[in-house]
Each structure stands twice: as structure tokens, then as C-alpha cells.
Design a protein around this ligand. Structure first.
Ligand code: SF4
Length: 59
């Protein structure tokens, strides 16, 4: 994965993620997976998460 690739269709400010773009507030991946977080019936945004998140090594 090219960390300098900024996918401007996926805005993200999770700098702790290994897939985050190095230079912009974007994801560096071509696509991501969003899923429910702990429920099958999401009622608000807190019930969703980016399943493509990967913690940077050292965290
Ligand atoms: S994988 Fe998800 S959390 Fe990580 S930078 Fe991309 S959109 Fe953000």
C-alpha cells in the first residue's frame, strides 16, 4: 500500500490507523469495509465502525 496515496473519496481523521494517508486527512486504501459495531440493528453512527482499521505497529 502506498501511504502517500490519498483517496479523497474516503475522508478519515484516524491518524492512528496504519492505512491512513501520510499527507492528507484521507484513507490510503482504494476501498474500505464499514460494518455494524456490536449490534445487528444500528440506530446511530456510534453503532458503525471501519472494519478495515489496522493499528499502527507500536500502538
Ligand atoms: S482503514 Fe478506515 S480507519 Fe483506517 S484510514 Fe482507512 S478509513 Fe480510516
Amino acid at each position: 500500500m502506498d501511504k502517500h496515496h490519498a483517496n479523497r473519496n474516503i475522508r478519515c481523521n484516524i491518524n492512528e490507523c496504519a492505512n491512513h494517508c501520510a499527507g492528507e486527512s484521507c484513507c490510503a486504501l482504494d476501498s474500505i469495509e464499514i460494518r455494524c459495531s456490536g449490534t445487528n440493528h444500528p440506530m446511530n453512527k456510534e453503532c458503525t465502525e471501519c472494519a478495515s482499521f489496522q493499528a499502527k505497529s507500536g500502538y
